[in-house]
Design a protein around this ligand. Structure first.
Ligand code: ADP
Ligand code: F6P
Length: 446
Protein backbone atom coordinates (compact mmCIF):
# COMPACT_ATOMS: atom_id res chain seq x y z
CA UNK A 1 0.00 0.00 0.00
CA UNK A 2 1.27 3.44 -0.93
CA UNK A 3 0.92 6.88 0.60
CA UNK A 4 1.47 8.61 -2.75
CA UNK A 5 0.10 7.43 -6.10
CA UNK A 6 0.53 8.94 -9.56
CA UNK A 7 -2.16 7.96 -12.06
CA UNK A 8 -1.46 8.64 -15.74
CA UNK A 9 -2.33 7.01 -19.05
CA UNK A 10 1.27 6.00 -19.64
CA UNK A 11 3.76 4.32 -17.35
CA UNK A 12 7.22 5.88 -17.10
CA UNK A 13 8.72 2.74 -18.64
CA UNK A 14 9.95 2.72 -22.25
CA UNK A 15 7.80 5.79 -22.70
CA UNK A 16 8.15 7.76 -25.91
CA UNK A 17 8.53 11.53 -25.83
CA UNK A 18 5.96 13.69 -24.15
CA UNK A 19 5.85 16.34 -21.50
CA UNK A 20 3.93 14.39 -18.90
CA UNK A 21 6.34 11.52 -18.28
CA UNK A 22 9.37 13.84 -18.61
CA UNK A 23 7.91 16.07 -15.89
CA UNK A 24 6.66 13.46 -13.44
CA UNK A 25 9.35 10.80 -13.57
CA UNK A 26 11.75 12.69 -11.27
CA UNK A 27 8.98 13.32 -8.72
CA UNK A 28 7.72 9.74 -8.58
CA UNK A 29 11.32 8.58 -8.20
CA UNK A 30 12.08 10.90 -5.29
CA UNK A 31 8.82 10.18 -3.45
CA UNK A 32 9.11 6.39 -3.85
CA UNK A 33 5.38 6.12 -4.51
CA UNK A 34 3.32 4.08 -6.95
CA UNK A 35 2.45 4.80 -10.59
CA UNK A 36 -0.71 3.43 -12.19
CA UNK A 37 -0.73 3.39 -16.00
CA UNK A 38 -0.62 1.56 -19.33
CA UNK A 39 2.57 0.11 -20.86
CA UNK A 40 1.73 1.49 -24.30
CA UNK A 41 1.16 -1.95 -25.85
CA UNK A 42 -2.35 -3.35 -26.39
CA UNK A 43 -3.27 -6.56 -24.57
CA UNK A 44 -0.26 -6.39 -22.28
CA UNK A 45 -0.42 -6.43 -18.49
CA UNK A 46 2.78 -7.42 -16.76
CA UNK A 47 2.64 -8.22 -13.04
CA UNK A 48 3.25 -5.16 -10.84
CA UNK A 49 6.99 -4.45 -10.49
CA UNK A 50 9.52 -1.94 -9.16
CA UNK A 51 11.19 0.49 -11.54
CA UNK A 52 13.77 3.03 -10.38
CA UNK A 53 12.27 3.08 -6.89
CA UNK A 54 8.67 3.41 -8.09
CA UNK A 55 6.01 0.71 -7.65
CA UNK A 56 4.54 0.17 -11.12
CA UNK A 57 0.90 -0.94 -11.33
CA UNK A 58 0.06 -1.71 -14.98
CA UNK A 59 -3.47 -1.27 -16.34
CA UNK A 60 -4.35 -3.35 -19.40
CA UNK A 61 -5.88 -1.89 -22.56
CA UNK A 62 -7.23 -4.32 -25.16
CA UNK A 63 -6.83 -3.58 -28.85
CA UNK A 64 -10.37 -2.23 -28.87
CA UNK A 65 -9.70 -0.03 -25.84
CA UNK A 66 -6.74 1.45 -27.70
CA UNK A 67 -8.96 2.18 -30.72
CA UNK A 68 -11.84 3.64 -28.74
CA UNK A 69 -10.49 5.10 -25.51
CA UNK A 70 -6.94 6.16 -26.55
CA UNK A 71 -7.08 6.90 -30.28
CA UNK A 72 -10.80 7.70 -30.26
CA UNK A 73 -12.22 9.65 -27.31
CA UNK A 74 -8.83 10.83 -25.98
CA UNK A 75 -6.99 11.72 -29.17
CA UNK A 76 -9.70 12.31 -31.77
CA UNK A 77 -12.33 13.97 -29.56
CA UNK A 78 -10.83 15.61 -26.47
CA UNK A 79 -7.32 16.42 -27.76
CA UNK A 80 -8.45 18.45 -30.80
CA UNK A 81 -11.38 20.06 -28.95
CA UNK A 82 -9.15 21.22 -26.09
CA UNK A 83 -6.60 22.60 -28.60
CA UNK A 84 -8.92 25.21 -30.13
CA UNK A 85 -10.37 22.57 -32.51
CA UNK A 86 -7.42 23.13 -34.86
CA UNK A 87 -8.51 19.81 -36.38
CA UNK A 88 -12.22 18.97 -36.20
CA UNK A 89 -13.06 16.82 -33.15
CA UNK A 90 -14.87 13.56 -33.95
CA UNK A 91 -17.67 12.36 -31.66
CA UNK A 92 -18.65 8.69 -31.33
CA UNK A 93 -20.88 7.04 -28.75
CA UNK A 94 -18.81 3.82 -28.62
CA UNK A 95 -15.68 5.83 -27.79
CA UNK A 96 -17.38 7.51 -24.85
CA UNK A 97 -18.50 4.15 -23.50
CA UNK A 98 -14.95 2.75 -23.74
CA UNK A 99 -13.50 5.91 -22.19
CA UNK A 100 -15.75 5.54 -19.17
CA UNK A 101 -14.94 1.81 -18.81
CA UNK A 102 -11.19 2.42 -19.01
CA UNK A 103 -11.40 5.33 -16.55
CA UNK A 104 -13.18 2.95 -14.16
CA UNK A 105 -10.39 0.40 -14.59
CA UNK A 106 -7.82 3.06 -13.72
CA UNK A 107 -9.83 4.13 -10.66
CA UNK A 108 -10.06 0.52 -9.44
CA UNK A 109 -6.35 -0.14 -9.96
CA UNK A 110 -5.61 3.05 -8.03
CA UNK A 111 -7.91 2.13 -5.15
CA UNK A 112 -6.10 -1.22 -4.90
CA UNK A 113 -2.66 0.33 -4.30
CA UNK A 114 -3.54 3.47 -2.29
CA UNK A 115 -3.14 3.29 1.49
CA UNK A 116 -5.84 4.69 3.81
CA UNK A 117 -5.72 8.49 3.59
CA UNK A 118 -3.15 8.43 0.74
CA UNK A 119 -2.57 11.29 -1.68
CA UNK A 120 -3.48 10.44 -5.27
CA UNK A 121 -2.44 12.61 -8.18
CA UNK A 122 -4.36 11.96 -11.42
CA UNK A 123 -3.04 13.36 -14.72
CA UNK A 124 -4.35 14.61 -18.00
CA UNK A 125 -7.21 14.47 -20.44
CA UNK A 126 -7.28 10.70 -20.84
CA UNK A 127 -8.53 10.36 -17.24
CA UNK A 128 -11.04 13.17 -16.70
CA UNK A 129 -13.60 10.88 -15.03
CA UNK A 130 -11.20 9.19 -12.60
CA UNK A 131 -11.36 11.74 -9.73
CA UNK A 132 -15.13 11.32 -9.26
CA UNK A 133 -14.96 7.52 -9.60
CA UNK A 134 -12.19 7.34 -7.00
CA UNK A 135 -14.01 9.70 -4.64
CA UNK A 136 -17.07 7.44 -4.73
CA UNK A 137 -15.05 4.29 -3.90
CA UNK A 138 -12.49 5.87 -1.57
CA UNK A 139 -13.71 9.00 0.23
CA UNK A 140 -10.67 8.74 2.55
CA UNK A 141 -8.24 9.78 -0.22
CA UNK A 142 -6.84 13.23 -0.92
CA UNK A 143 -7.28 13.60 -4.69
CA UNK A 144 -5.46 16.03 -6.98
CA UNK A 145 -5.87 16.35 -10.74
CA UNK A 146 -3.59 18.16 -13.17
CA UNK A 147 -4.47 18.90 -16.80
CA UNK A 148 -1.31 19.09 -18.94
CA UNK A 149 -3.07 20.40 -22.03
CA UNK A 150 -5.12 23.60 -22.48
CA UNK A 151 -8.65 23.79 -21.13
CA UNK A 152 -10.88 25.24 -23.86
CA UNK A 153 -13.06 28.34 -23.78
CA UNK A 154 -16.56 27.67 -22.44
CA UNK A 155 -18.21 27.91 -25.89
CA UNK A 156 -15.95 25.17 -27.28
CA UNK A 157 -16.27 22.90 -24.25
CA UNK A 158 -20.06 23.11 -24.59
CA UNK A 159 -19.82 21.15 -27.87
CA UNK A 160 -18.61 18.03 -26.05
CA UNK A 161 -21.30 15.34 -25.82
CA UNK A 162 -21.96 14.37 -22.17
CA UNK A 163 -20.06 17.50 -21.14
CA UNK A 164 -21.54 17.61 -17.62
CA UNK A 165 -20.06 14.17 -16.82
CA UNK A 166 -16.57 15.51 -17.49
CA UNK A 167 -17.08 18.52 -15.22
CA UNK A 168 -18.44 16.25 -12.48
CA UNK A 169 -15.47 13.93 -13.07
CA UNK A 170 -13.00 16.70 -12.29
CA UNK A 171 -15.04 17.97 -9.34
CA UNK A 172 -14.28 14.63 -7.67
CA UNK A 173 -10.82 16.08 -6.95
CA UNK A 174 -9.95 18.37 -4.03
CA UNK A 175 -7.60 20.38 -6.23
CA UNK A 176 -7.81 20.75 -10.02
CA UNK A 177 -4.64 22.22 -11.55
CA UNK A 178 -4.27 23.86 -14.96
CA UNK A 179 -1.36 25.37 -16.90
CA UNK A 180 -2.92 28.85 -17.11
CA UNK A 181 -5.15 31.02 -14.87
CA UNK A 182 -7.60 31.49 -17.74
CA UNK A 183 -8.06 27.73 -17.99
CA UNK A 184 -8.98 27.52 -14.29
CA UNK A 185 -11.47 30.35 -14.81
CA UNK A 186 -13.02 28.59 -17.82
CA UNK A 187 -13.53 25.49 -15.71
CA UNK A 188 -15.09 27.41 -12.82
CA UNK A 189 -17.44 29.22 -15.22
CA UNK A 190 -18.60 25.84 -16.51
CA UNK A 191 -19.50 24.70 -13.01
CA UNK A 192 -21.94 27.60 -12.94
CA UNK A 193 -23.23 27.14 -16.46
CA UNK A 194 -23.74 23.36 -16.27
CA UNK A 195 -24.34 22.70 -12.57
CA UNK A 196 -25.52 26.04 -11.19
CA UNK A 197 -22.62 26.19 -8.70
CA UNK A 198 -21.32 29.45 -7.21
CA UNK A 199 -17.53 29.67 -7.33
CA UNK A 200 -15.87 32.26 -5.09
CA UNK A 201 -12.39 33.14 -6.28
CA UNK A 202 -10.58 29.84 -6.87
CA UNK A 203 -12.99 27.77 -4.81
CA UNK A 204 -16.33 26.17 -5.41
CA UNK A 205 -18.54 24.29 -2.97
CA UNK A 206 -19.77 20.96 -4.35
CA UNK A 207 -21.51 18.07 -2.59
CA UNK A 208 -20.43 19.20 0.87
CA UNK A 209 -16.76 19.68 -0.04
CA UNK A 210 -14.66 22.52 -1.39
CA UNK A 211 -12.89 22.11 -4.72
CA UNK A 212 -10.05 24.47 -5.64
CA UNK A 213 -9.15 25.24 -9.29
CA UNK A 214 -5.87 27.03 -9.86
CA UNK A 215 -2.98 27.43 -12.32
CA UNK A 216 0.31 25.61 -11.71
CA UNK A 217 2.48 26.15 -14.80
CA UNK A 218 4.53 23.00 -15.26
CA UNK A 219 8.27 22.97 -15.79
CA UNK A 220 11.29 20.74 -16.41
CA UNK A 221 14.08 19.07 -14.49
CA UNK A 222 16.55 21.93 -14.97
CA UNK A 223 19.42 20.15 -13.18
CA UNK A 224 19.14 17.15 -15.50
CA UNK A 225 19.28 19.30 -18.63
CA UNK A 226 22.13 21.44 -17.25
CA UNK A 227 24.10 18.33 -16.39
CA UNK A 228 23.72 16.99 -19.91
CA UNK A 229 24.64 20.39 -21.34
CA UNK A 230 27.84 20.42 -19.26
CA UNK A 231 28.83 16.91 -20.36
CA UNK A 232 31.95 17.12 -22.60
CA UNK A 233 30.64 14.30 -24.78
CA UNK A 234 27.36 16.15 -25.41
CA UNK A 235 29.33 19.31 -26.18
CA UNK A 236 31.51 17.38 -28.62
CA UNK A 237 28.37 16.06 -30.32
CA UNK A 238 27.03 19.61 -30.57
CA UNK A 239 30.28 20.82 -32.17
CA UNK A 240 30.24 17.88 -34.58
CA UNK A 241 26.65 18.63 -35.56
CA UNK A 242 27.54 22.23 -36.34
CA UNK A 243 30.57 21.17 -38.36
CA UNK A 244 28.58 18.60 -40.33
CA UNK A 245 25.95 21.21 -41.12
CA UNK A 246 28.36 23.78 -42.50
CA UNK A 247 30.17 25.30 -39.53
CA UNK A 248 29.75 28.81 -38.16
CA UNK A 249 29.01 30.34 -41.55
CA UNK A 250 25.61 28.68 -41.54
CA UNK A 251 22.92 29.58 -39.01
CA UNK A 252 21.34 26.52 -37.48
CA UNK A 253 17.59 26.69 -36.94
CA UNK A 254 15.97 23.86 -34.98
CA UNK A 255 12.51 22.42 -34.33
CA UNK A 256 11.88 19.50 -31.93
CA UNK A 257 8.34 18.22 -31.55
CA UNK A 258 6.11 15.19 -31.51
CA UNK A 259 4.67 15.06 -35.02
CA UNK A 260 1.38 16.63 -33.93
CA UNK A 261 -0.92 19.03 -35.78
CA UNK A 262 -1.04 21.32 -32.73
CA UNK A 263 2.70 22.02 -33.01
CA UNK A 264 2.51 24.22 -36.11
CA UNK A 265 5.21 22.23 -37.91
CA UNK A 266 3.76 22.70 -41.39
CA UNK A 267 3.31 26.47 -40.89
CA UNK A 268 6.91 26.72 -39.62
CA UNK A 269 8.26 24.88 -42.66
CA UNK A 270 6.13 27.01 -44.95
CA UNK A 271 7.61 30.18 -43.41
CA UNK A 272 11.14 28.82 -43.82
CA UNK A 273 10.41 27.93 -47.46
CA UNK A 274 9.19 31.48 -48.10
CA UNK A 275 12.31 32.97 -46.50
CA UNK A 276 14.39 30.89 -48.93
CA UNK A 277 12.15 31.76 -51.87
CA UNK A 278 12.20 35.50 -51.29
CA UNK A 279 15.98 35.49 -50.72
CA UNK A 280 15.89 36.67 -47.08
CA UNK A 281 18.09 33.66 -46.32
CA UNK A 282 19.98 31.31 -48.62
CA UNK A 283 20.99 27.67 -48.39
CA UNK A 284 24.58 28.85 -47.82
CA UNK A 285 23.61 30.96 -44.84
CA UNK A 286 21.12 28.82 -42.97
CA UNK A 287 19.89 25.30 -42.38
CA UNK A 288 16.80 24.01 -40.57
CA UNK A 289 16.82 20.75 -38.64
CA UNK A 290 13.33 19.51 -37.78
CA UNK A 291 13.09 16.53 -35.45
CA UNK A 292 9.52 15.23 -35.62
CA UNK A 293 8.98 12.24 -33.39
CA UNK A 294 6.40 9.67 -34.51
CA UNK A 295 3.26 9.98 -32.38
CA UNK A 296 -0.28 8.49 -32.52
CA UNK A 297 0.43 7.29 -36.04
CA UNK A 298 -2.75 5.21 -36.33
CA UNK A 299 -4.91 8.32 -36.08
CA UNK A 300 -5.86 9.61 -39.56
CA UNK A 301 -5.18 13.28 -38.80
CA UNK A 302 -1.60 12.42 -37.78
CA UNK A 303 -1.03 10.41 -40.96
CA UNK A 304 -2.32 13.32 -43.03
CA UNK A 305 0.00 15.72 -41.21
CA UNK A 306 2.96 13.44 -41.91
CA UNK A 307 2.10 13.41 -45.61
CA UNK A 308 1.78 17.21 -45.72
CA UNK A 309 5.06 17.78 -43.92
CA UNK A 310 7.03 15.25 -45.94
CA UNK A 311 5.72 16.63 -49.23
CA UNK A 312 6.75 20.16 -48.23
CA UNK A 313 10.20 19.03 -47.01
CA UNK A 314 10.78 17.32 -50.36
CA UNK A 315 9.65 20.39 -52.26
CA UNK A 316 11.91 22.77 -50.33
CA UNK A 317 14.98 20.54 -50.57
CA UNK A 318 14.30 19.98 -54.27
CA UNK A 319 13.93 23.66 -55.03
CA UNK A 320 16.62 25.18 -52.84
CA UNK A 321 19.09 22.36 -52.13
CA UNK A 322 22.41 21.49 -53.68
CA UNK A 323 24.39 18.28 -54.00
CA UNK A 324 25.64 17.50 -50.49
CA UNK A 325 23.87 20.50 -48.98
CA UNK A 326 20.19 20.44 -48.03
CA UNK A 327 18.45 23.47 -46.51
CA UNK A 328 16.13 21.28 -44.44
CA UNK A 329 16.97 18.13 -42.51
CA UNK A 330 13.84 16.30 -41.43
CA UNK A 331 14.20 13.49 -38.89
CA UNK A 332 11.08 11.38 -38.33
CA UNK A 333 12.77 9.73 -35.36
CA UNK A 334 12.98 9.62 -31.61
CA UNK A 335 16.20 10.85 -30.01
CA UNK A 336 17.76 10.32 -26.59
CA UNK A 337 17.73 13.24 -24.16
CA UNK A 338 21.51 13.62 -24.58
CA UNK A 339 21.08 13.88 -28.36
CA UNK A 340 18.33 16.48 -27.93
CA UNK A 341 20.53 18.57 -25.64
CA UNK A 342 23.39 18.39 -28.18
CA UNK A 343 20.95 19.75 -30.77
CA UNK A 344 19.83 22.52 -28.37
CA UNK A 345 23.48 23.51 -27.81
CA UNK A 346 24.19 23.54 -31.53
CA UNK A 347 21.14 25.60 -32.53
CA UNK A 348 21.41 29.35 -33.08
CA UNK A 349 17.64 29.72 -33.27
CA UNK A 350 15.08 27.41 -31.71
CA UNK A 351 11.64 27.44 -33.36
CA UNK A 352 8.75 26.56 -31.03
CA UNK A 353 5.63 27.61 -32.90
CA UNK A 354 2.57 25.58 -31.85
CA UNK A 355 -0.92 26.70 -32.82
CA UNK A 356 -1.86 25.86 -29.22
CA UNK A 357 0.10 24.15 -26.46
CA UNK A 358 -0.67 23.78 -22.75
CA UNK A 359 2.93 24.63 -21.84
CA UNK A 360 5.63 23.32 -24.22
CA UNK A 361 8.58 21.86 -22.37
CA UNK A 362 10.90 21.91 -25.39
CA UNK A 363 11.09 25.72 -25.09
CA UNK A 364 12.10 25.45 -21.43
CA UNK A 365 14.60 22.66 -22.17
CA UNK A 366 16.30 24.83 -24.80
CA UNK A 367 16.63 27.72 -22.33
CA UNK A 368 17.91 25.42 -19.58
CA UNK A 369 20.49 23.87 -21.92
CA UNK A 370 21.98 27.26 -22.88
CA UNK A 371 24.36 27.62 -19.95
CA UNK A 372 26.49 29.67 -22.38
CA UNK A 373 23.61 32.21 -22.61
CA UNK A 374 23.74 31.83 -26.38
CA UNK A 375 20.97 31.17 -28.85
CA UNK A 376 17.57 32.70 -29.54
CA UNK A 377 14.06 31.39 -29.02
CA UNK A 378 11.21 32.06 -31.45
CA UNK A 379 8.06 31.19 -29.51
CA UNK A 380 4.35 31.03 -30.31
CA UNK A 381 2.10 33.32 -28.29
CA UNK A 382 -0.30 30.40 -27.98
CA UNK A 383 1.89 28.28 -25.72
CA UNK A 384 1.71 28.31 -21.94
CA UNK A 385 5.47 28.95 -21.99
CA UNK A 386 4.93 32.36 -23.61
CA UNK A 387 3.48 33.78 -20.36
CA UNK A 388 6.81 33.07 -18.66
CA UNK A 389 9.29 33.52 -21.50
CA UNK A 390 8.39 36.95 -22.84
CA UNK A 391 12.04 37.59 -23.74
CA UNK A 392 11.59 35.15 -26.60
CA UNK A 393 10.74 36.44 -30.08
CA UNK A 394 6.99 35.97 -29.79
CA UNK A 395 5.03 35.14 -32.94
CA UNK A 396 1.52 34.39 -34.14
CA UNK A 397 2.00 31.00 -35.86
CA UNK A 398 -1.19 31.37 -37.93
CA UNK A 399 0.35 34.37 -39.68
CA UNK A 400 3.18 33.21 -41.96
CA UNK A 401 4.36 36.82 -42.32
CA UNK A 402 4.59 37.16 -38.57
CA UNK A 403 6.52 33.88 -38.31
CA UNK A 404 8.94 35.20 -40.94
CA UNK A 405 9.21 38.50 -39.07
CA UNK A 406 10.00 36.68 -35.80
CA UNK A 407 12.67 34.51 -37.41
CA UNK A 408 14.09 37.58 -39.17
CA UNK A 409 14.20 39.52 -35.89
CA UNK A 410 16.06 36.68 -34.18
CA UNK A 411 18.59 36.61 -37.05
CA UNK A 412 19.06 40.40 -36.99
CA UNK A 413 19.46 40.84 -33.23
CA UNK A 414 23.01 41.38 -31.99
CA UNK A 415 24.76 39.02 -29.59
CA UNK A 416 24.62 41.36 -26.61
CA UNK A 417 20.86 41.66 -26.67
CA UNK A 418 20.45 37.94 -27.34
CA UNK A 419 22.58 37.19 -24.28
CA UNK A 420 20.55 39.57 -22.12
CA UNK A 421 17.32 37.94 -23.26
CA UNK A 422 18.63 34.43 -22.70
CA UNK A 423 19.94 35.37 -19.25
CA UNK A 424 16.51 36.61 -18.15
CA UNK A 425 14.77 33.54 -19.55
CA UNK A 426 17.27 31.29 -17.78
CA UNK A 427 16.64 33.02 -14.46
CA UNK A 428 12.93 32.37 -14.82
CA UNK A 429 13.25 28.68 -15.77
CA UNK A 430 15.90 27.95 -13.13
CA UNK A 431 13.76 29.50 -10.38
CA UNK A 432 10.66 27.56 -11.43
CA UNK A 433 11.69 24.00 -12.13
CA UNK A 434 9.56 20.89 -12.04
CA UNK A 435 10.34 20.21 -8.42
CA UNK A 436 8.94 23.55 -7.39
CA UNK A 437 5.88 22.93 -9.58
CA UNK A 438 5.17 19.60 -7.86
CA UNK A 439 5.82 21.02 -4.39
CA UNK A 440 3.49 23.96 -5.05
CA UNK A 441 0.74 21.62 -6.22
CA UNK A 442 1.15 19.10 -3.42
CA UNK A 443 1.39 21.85 -0.75
CA UNK A 444 -1.96 23.26 -1.84
CA UNK A 445 -3.45 19.77 -2.07
CA UNK A 446 -2.34 19.24 1.54
P1 ADP B 1 4.05 17.28 -25.60
O1 ADP B 1 3.79 16.97 -24.16
O2 ADP B 1 2.86 17.77 -26.34
O3 ADP B 1 4.73 16.20 -26.35
P2 ADP B 1 6.18 19.13 -24.67
O4 ADP B 1 7.07 20.04 -25.45
O5 ADP B 1 5.57 19.75 -23.48
O6 ADP B 1 5.09 18.53 -25.67
O7 ADP B 1 7.03 17.89 -24.15
C1 ADP B 1 7.72 17.09 -25.05
C2 ADP B 1 8.76 16.26 -24.29
O8 ADP B 1 9.15 15.18 -25.14
C3 ADP B 1 10.02 17.05 -23.98
O9 ADP B 1 10.54 16.65 -22.75
C4 ADP B 1 10.95 16.66 -25.13
O10 ADP B 1 12.32 16.69 -24.79
C5 ADP B 1 10.53 15.25 -25.44
N1 ADP B 1 10.75 14.98 -26.87
C6 ADP B 1 10.25 15.64 -27.92
N2 ADP B 1 10.70 15.14 -29.09
C7 ADP B 1 11.52 14.15 -28.75
C8 ADP B 1 12.33 13.22 -29.49
N3 ADP B 1 12.40 13.25 -30.82
N4 ADP B 1 13.03 12.32 -28.80
C9 ADP B 1 12.98 12.29 -27.45
N5 ADP B 1 12.26 13.13 -26.71
C10 ADP B 1 11.54 14.03 -27.33
O1 F6P C 1 0.56 16.20 -22.07
C1 F6P C 1 0.46 15.78 -23.35
C2 F6P C 1 0.51 14.29 -23.62
O2 F6P C 1 -0.63 13.95 -24.29
C3 F6P C 1 0.64 13.35 -22.46
O3 F6P C 1 -0.53 13.07 -21.76
C4 F6P C 1 1.17 12.18 -23.19
O4 F6P C 1 1.74 11.18 -22.42
C5 F6P C 1 2.16 12.82 -24.17
O5 F6P C 1 1.56 14.02 -24.51
C6 F6P C 1 2.51 11.97 -25.39
O6 F6P C 1 1.37 11.47 -26.03
P1 F6P C 1 0.99 9.91 -26.07
O7 F6P C 1 1.04 9.39 -24.67
O8 F6P C 1 -0.34 9.88 -26.70
O9 F6P C 1 2.07 9.27 -26.91
Amino acid sequence: MNQFVVVANRLPVDAGPGGLVSALQPIARSSGGAWVGWTGNPGERPEPFEHEGVHIQPVELSGEDVDHYYEGQSNSTIWPLFHDAVEPPVHRRAWRVAYEAVNRRFAEATASVAAEGATVWVHDYQLLLVPAMLRRDRPDLRIGFFLHIPFPPVELFMQLPRRTDFVRGLLGADLVGFQQPLAAQNFLRLTTQLLGLHPEGERVAYEGRTVTARAFPISIDVAEIEKLAADPEVQRDAARLRKDLGGDRRLLLLGVDRLDYTKGIDQRIEAYGELLADGTISNDEAVLVQVATPSRMRVAQYQQLRERVEREVGRINGEFGDVGRAPLHYLFQSRTRAELVALYLAADIMLVTPLRDGMNLVAKEYVAARRDEGGALVLSEFTGAASELDDAFLVNPYDVDDLKRGIGAAIATGPEELTARMRRMRERVRAHDVDRWARDFLDVLG
